[in-house]
Ligand binder design. Structure first.
Ligand code: SF4
Ligand code: SF4
Length: 324
């Protein structure tokens, strides 16, 4: 049974997309990374020159499509299987899309191994980074230095870690060093269950960790994907999200448009933030208002009240709160 209090929250947030308009989660064929995290199921391939050229062509086709959508408010999140920002075409895509008037936000998931100076050319109100710190793959000081560069540039970013025990001390150290306005998130490690005591350690760092701790029961629940949020691959195949394989059509021939509409989730659970953040039964569009794609809360978050005031049944951990 899913005892995650977050998954049983009332349908508090029926607000619209990150901006009004269409949100696109783009994942092209790139599948290589400059890191080799032991817990990563992706990026175990070394892309050949031909594969990299195909990825670049696919991304450039996508950005050309996005640039042409002048009548629509677009938000874009790049979610590559590997690391995109070590490739010039991803950096260029972020800069170019950020400068388009009809693009409200362009964000990218990254390990932050790349330089940051290129972001000076972006519209820094609109470009944003979802950064993951991978202890063991990069020196702590180098990662922290990159975060400082982003702050100095005025770039919007969140920072996170995978909630493995071996990461706890590094995560605490990072939390203590980052400015309080930088949100540090913690993702529950895949296939890992947390005792309440373990979960409390992570919740002390990320008050929103209870949302990540358990997969969210999602079967039949309304989810904005397939309506105002879509997933697009390198061929332009449109799906509602990265996790549901059914196709809605193609981006480039416009056939996806007639498939857009409200629909319940066909899967039993949704366990990834880039998916469940769009569930209408969760309040996360309110929690992350203005920063849904880059995972930045609208207001500082604080830990749940220890007496469970914000919770439901007494055995359940209380919901995280957002300070007013
Ligand atoms: S940085 Fe990300 S994509 Fe690269 S190996 Fe680590 S988890 Fe995988
Ligand atoms: S709840 Fe998750 S798996 Fe289900 S449709 Fe939404 S994003 Fe996809």
């Amino acid at each position: 049974m899913n005892t995650d209090p977050a998954s049983t929250a009332p349908a508090a947030a029926m607000t619209a997309a990150p901006g009004t308009g269409l949100t696109v989660l783009y994942r092209g064929p790139l599948a290589s990374c400059d890191y080799d995290c032991p817990y990563c199921p992706f990026a175990k391939r070394r892309d050949s020159g031909e594969q990299l050229r195909a990825d670049r062509a696919a991304l450039e086709r996508f950005t050309a499509w996005a640039a042409a959508q002048e009548g629509e408010r677009l938000s874009v999140l790049f979610t590559p299987w590997g690391e995109g920002l070590v490739r010039s075409w991803y950096r260029r895509a972020v800069v170019e899309l950020s400068r388009l008037p009809h693009v409200g936000r362009v964000a990218v998931q990254t390990n932050l191994s790349c330089r940051t100076d290129w972001l000076a050319g972006a519209d820094r109100e609109k470009a944003a980074l979802w950064c993951t710190y991978h202890p063991g793959q990069t020196p702590y000081e180098r990662f922290l230095g990159r975060c400082r560069e982003l702050s100095d540039l005025g770039v919007r970013f969140s920072v996170g870690v995978v909630g493995l025990e071996a990461h706890l001390e590094e995560a605490r150290r990072l939390r203590a060093a980052l400015p309080s306005e930088v949100y540090l998130w913690v993702n529950a490690a895949e296939g890992h269950t947390y005792t309440d005591e373990e979960a409390d350690l992570w919740t002390a760092l990320d008050p929103l960790f209870p949302y990540s701790r358990h997969p969210h029961a999602s079967a039949g629940l309304p989810c904005r994907t397939g309506e105002s949020v879509i997933s697009v691959d390198g061929d332009g195949t449109v799906r509602r999200c990265h996790f549901v394989r059914a196709e809605l059509g193609n981006l480039y021939d416009g056939s996806y448009r007639r498939s857009l509409g409200p629909r319940g989730c066909p899967l039993e659970v949704c366990d990834c933030h880039i998916g469940y953040v769009h569930l209408e039964s969760l309040p996360l569009y309110d929690v992350f208002a203005g920063g849904v794609l880059e995972r930045i809360p609208a207001r500082p978050v604080r830990a749940p009240a220890p007496n469970g005031l914000a919770g439901g049944a007494p055995h359940r951990r209380p919901l995280p709160l957002v300070t007013g």
